[in-house]
Design a protein. Structure first.
Length: 568
């Protein structure tokens, strides 16, 4: 993150007398303006020699090669943004002539830059710890950012300039995605999928722009890019959530002030005619709430409508059907009892979120009219049966928490009808694995596009997943909240040749990993709230460490573990 102290730490190292005694040559180059590789080469050469050089790129490289040959050098490249591997491969060629022990130290805000340039483990800086007694209040206000503390005394312009540089170098598609986040209040915890669905609804992600990739896949890439550049960070409250630092939230408001507005935290008279995204809190007063909702439903070009956590909301007016442009509707944690049939005429709907609508017992029979529906979230509802037209939702990509238990044969049959289901399927509270296994096997075989399968809250399951249960197309598998699970079944995992990511969360009795390890293509493994397993996965001395040491990205108990061996 900008201002966390990367450059300051590098300066301390660079100027330390013990470091000076170790190297024949030192050079410091600030790369933040995204110059060409030729310009960086020229800057390094002039720093090394103290002179001025002209010439073409080849001449500069030859000159630098000659100046560094046989010398032990320290070169600092500060604030690097270029993440093109080919450029850095060319730049390093004249640097290979130095003697062993030569060092190139790089500071960057972009994790992909660090990954490309690293030969030793990356060092991620964190905010300052809280200081006692005088500095505690200051550091708490600044959230641990040294730059914020430095600029606090009236130097607000410096703060904005430093952070704005991060935004300035974003690609255009990421700029608009980040700026949109100004609709979130400070300290708001959000999920990756939640934000991706909002971006999709606003038209920020165009599927045709990147070949055959799904919009959800592109959204994932956009989100991960912003995480790697420190615009989003893991929430300290919700292990699966993310949050924006207060200063980053301020930056989003600053760059989006003309078209994005939060009414509940700013003066309403500032609203201008260019505002496209408006966020405000609807009152809990029944009468006022109905008036406000009815007013919203007159905005016929509305694309996103979130009424979540309105505890007094029990119904939607039939006029919801007039919102032909609506793509995203969030009714989570409301007291909604039924959905009007007119809702199913909103044929542009992509996302319908009914999470924690505990009064909801059925979906409209004509749900199949939502032909563009991609994400249907029915977690923690009291649905008894799925509509017969479910199999007409041919674009459905995510169906959450389909309840499969004893006596639910009709539901299993309905699940089998969703032959076009792609992307992600959550199976919630699967209590009778053996009973459902044959039906699931037959149904999942037809899901050629199923990429992600999440099993959550499965009681009484001791061994998982079973040799016939999982489709070979999976790239992501999540195993969450299995209180009785003691072992993972290698037979059920060995054919997952496309599996890239495995998450194991809150399985307190899981004793060990399969003796055979995991499929070779697995590149991401996350283990959390599994105390017995966490001990066995400790680097070097854990009994299961040899089974996972080859996996490039490991996160054990929310701590990233680097498995890359340092170069000689």
């Amino acid at each position: 993150m900008g201002g966390v102290g990367k450059t300051t730490l590098a300066q301390l190292v660079y100027n330390d007398r013990r470091v000076e005694d170790c190297f024949n040559v030192k050079a410091w180059v600030c790369v933040s303006q995204e110059p060409s590789i030729s310009k960086i080469t020229k800057d390094i050469l002039e720093e090394v020699t103290g002179g001025t050089f002209d010439g073409n790129f080849n001449q500069l490289q030859l000159e630098l090669k000659g100046r560094l040959k046989g010398k032990k050098f320290l070169i600092v490249l500060d604030d690097v943004w270029n993440d093109k591997y080919a450029d850095w491969d060319v730049l390093r060629r004249p640097l290979m002539t130095g003697v062993p022990g030569s060092v190139v130290l790089v500071t960057t805000r972009n994790e992909s830059v660090a990954s490309i340039m690293q030969t030793v483990p990356i060092y991620n800086l964190k905010g300052l710890s809280y200081l006692e007694p005088v500095g505690k209040e200051i550091v708490g206000k600044c959230r641990g950012l040294p730059l914020a503390a430095k600029t606090l005394g009236g130097l607000m312009r410096s703060k904005k300039d430093a952070l704005y540089l991060s935004y300035h170098y974003l690609p255009s598609h990421l700029k608009r995605c980040f700026a949109y986040c100004a609709i979130f209040p400070k300290d708001y915890d959000f999920e990756k999928d939640e934000l991706v669905y909002l971006w999709m609804a606003e038209g920020f992600i165009e599927q045709q722009s990147r070949g055959n990739k799904l919009m959800e896949e592109l959204g994932d890439e956009y989100f991960n890019d912003l995480v790697s550049r420190s615009f989003f960070q893991r929430s300290s409250v919700d292990p699966t959530g993310y949050v924006m630092h207060d200063l980053i939230n301020d930056l989003a408001k600053y760059v989006s002030s003309e078209f994005c507005f939060r009414l509940d935290c700013e003066d309403s008279c500032k609203i201008n005619g260019r505002i496209r995204h408006l966020s405000y809190a609807i009152t809990e007063c029944n009468l006022a709430q109905k008036l406000e909702i009815n007013l919203l439903l007159t905005r016929k070009r509305l694309r996103v409508l979130s009424l979540s956590h309105l505890r007094t909301l029990t119904e939607l007016p039939d006029s919801i059907g007039h919102l032909k442009h609506l793509r995203y509707l969030n009714l989570s944690a409301t007291a909604i009892q039924y959905l009007p049939a007119t809702l199913c005429g909103v044929y542009n709907m992509q996302t319908l979120i009914l999470h924690q609508c505990r009064e909801l017992v059925q979906l409209p029979n004509n749900l199949g009219r939502l032909i563009n529906l991609r994400h249907l979230d029915v977690r923690e509802t009291n649905l008894q049966v799925m509509p017969l037209q479910m199999d007409k939702l041919t674009k459905l990509h995510v169906l959450t928490d389909f309840i499969i238990g004893r006596g639910n044969g009709s539901c299993i049959k309905m699940l089998g009808g969703l032959q076009h289901l792609g992307g992600q399927l959550n199976v919630w509270k699967l209590q009778h694995v053996m009973e459902a296994q044959d039906a699931l096997e037959a149904n999942l075989k037809v899901k050629k596009y199923l990429k992600q399968l999440n099993f959550m809250g499965c009681l009484g399951v001791e061994s998982f997943p079973g040799k016939r249960l999982l489709p070979s197309t999976l790239t992501i598998l999540k195993i969450w909240d299995f209180p009785s699970l003691t072992s993972l079944d290698w037979e059920g995992l060995q054919n997952l040749h496309s599996l890239r990511e495995l998450q194991i969360c809150n399985c307190p009795n899981l004793k060990c990993l399969p003796e055979e390890g995991f499929p070779l293509n697995l590149s991401h493994l996350y283990v959390s709230w599994c105390p017995l397993l966490e001990q066995r996965c400790r680097p070097d001395d854990g009994e299961d460490w040899p089974k996972i040491a080859h996996i490039p990205e490991l996160e054990i108990n929310f701590q990233k573990i680097t498995t890359l061996e340092p170069s000689a």
